[in-house]
Design a protein around this ligand. Structure first.
Ligand SMILES: Cc1ncc(COP(=O)(O)O)c(C=O)c1O
Length: 416
């Protein structure tokens, strides 16, 4: 008799959970197969029909193939790309770095995974803040002693300096993400400065390994005009050796399927990141690396692209936000946080204890009656049934969003 398949595996793998967002997406696809049209605001992706990658990129990929650039790339990434990324960081973020800081990979996820493996041993303490994207899965895979600290709307869903100070002793890795997936909110500059100062102080005191900070800013080009994206090593230069920046083409250039990402980290630790990624075989393909280098050198092209992308994203987020604000003014039980960055809007349905016991009940109600698919904050490890949801706009047109909001308004007005 063949053993039950889960018992064949390492328990870390057999107890690994599937992303809750993907479960909801599977449910949506099932309804769509039955002929139901759904406005799908679940997935953190871009529909190429709504948002295309920069013009000229695919031609550059093609030229690389014609030049037969099909062998292994260097494990840190092709030199031209590493130099382009370093120049981008110097020019736009004012980070003092060069190519020796850069390590290219197939998207943001491989350096995220490698950062966990490099800095947190089995059972060692790691810290992140809720709500947050996917951290729970990495903590599980790494078997760390992970501490989730909840944030609130009052702190814009980012940690406070006091929260970080209280948790720093014995912590090996602290994770920040701004603009934040799922809330679309940005950390305030003075808060980030305070957190960086606390890390520097903690590391001065330590006799053991320092605490490191993973700073995931994969949406940094998508911050809206009135919100400035601040970075640790500029606010507090002494923190630079302890920061691992995580970045990618995925969101900033809507190329989620292209699989080009990178980490920027101190040259004393960069070679180990390259070695880790090489053992995983997590290189980005060579033609995509060349095309990315070309793109980052084409400054006026990508700056114009960014203006257009931000406009398209902002228009969609504003469509949702304005419709929700109008509903709120009419006394309907819904509110939202004004858009700040990324492709997400945080929306609260004030229905818990008012006919609904859980976010899940609200989600199913909105899906079945208004045909709008949304993701509860539980999918981002926030356990409370708070009525908060993430709405993602990268795959929908403005008219689709307007129609979806119209259906939600009717549903909230009639109550059934
Ligand atoms: C905050 C954050 N970091 C990293 C990633 C992963 O990016 P990639 O697709 O480049 O691996 C995502 C994807 O949704 C994200 O939201």
């Amino acid at each position: 008799m063949f053993p039950e398949y889960l018992s064949l595996m390492n328990p870390i793998a057999s107890s690994m959970d599937r992303s809750q967002i993907l479960q909801i997406v599977a449910e949506v696809r099932g309804l769509e197969r039955q002929g139901v049209t759904i406005c799908n605001l679940t997935i953190g992706d871009f529909a190429p029909a709504e948002f295309s990658i920069p013009e000229g990129f695919s031609e550059q990929v093609r030229r690389s193939y014609v030049r037969n650039e099909t062998n292994y790339p260097p494990s840190s990434g092709v030199q031209e790309l590493r130099e382009s990324i370093a120049r981008l960081y110097q020019r736009e973020l004012h980070i003092d770095c060069d190519a020796s800081w850069v390590c290219v990979a197939s998207g943001a996820r491989p350096p995220i995974y490698a950062t966990w493996r490099m800095f947190v041993g089995h059972g060692e303490k790691s810290v992140s803040f809720l709500p947050a994207w996917n951290i729970g899965y990495y903590a599980h895979l790494n078997q760390s002693n992970h501490h989730f600290l909840s944030t609130t709307q009052e702190s814009n869903f980012h940690p406070t300096v006091e929260q970080v100070q209280s948790i720093l002793p014995e912590t090996q890795l602290i994770i920040l993400n701004t603009p934040l997936n799922p809330t679309g909110t940005m950390i305030a500059e003075d808060v980030l400065r305070g957190i960086c100062e606390a890390i520097v102080e903690e590391n001065k005191r330590r006799k053991t390994r320092p605490v490191m900070m993973m700073f995931d800013h994969v949406y940094w080009m998508l911050s809206h005009d009135s919100y400035k994206h601040a970075v640790p090593s500029v606010l507090v230069p002494e923190v630079a050796p302890f920061v691992i920046y995580i970045d990618a083409l995925s969101k900033n250039f809507t190329g989620t399927g292209l699989r080009v990402g990178w980490s920027v980290l101190h040259p004393s630790i960069q070679p180990k990141m390259a070695t880790y990624l090489a053992h995983m075989g997590a290189w980005a393909s060579r033609p995509e690396q060349h095309a990315t280098a070309w793109l980052l050198q084409e400054e006026s092209r990508y700056l114009q692209y960014r203006i257009d992308l931000r406009r398209g994203v902002k228009e969609r987020l504003d469509t949702l936000y304005n419709a929700i604000s109008k509903m709120q003014k009419k006394g309907l039980p819904i509110s939202a946080i004004p858009p700040q960055g990324a492709i997400y809007l945080s929306v609260r349905f004030d229905l818990i204890g008012k006919g609904f016991q859980s976010n899940e009940e609200i989600r199913i109600w909105i899906l079945q009656k208004a045909r709008v698919a949304i993701v509860p904050f539980q999918a981002f490890d926030m356990p409370e049934d708070s009525g908060w949801f993430r709405l993602s706009v990268g795959t929908s047109s403005v008219p689709e969003l307007q129609a979806a909001m119209g259906r939600i308004e009717i549903l909230l007005t009639k109550g059934e």
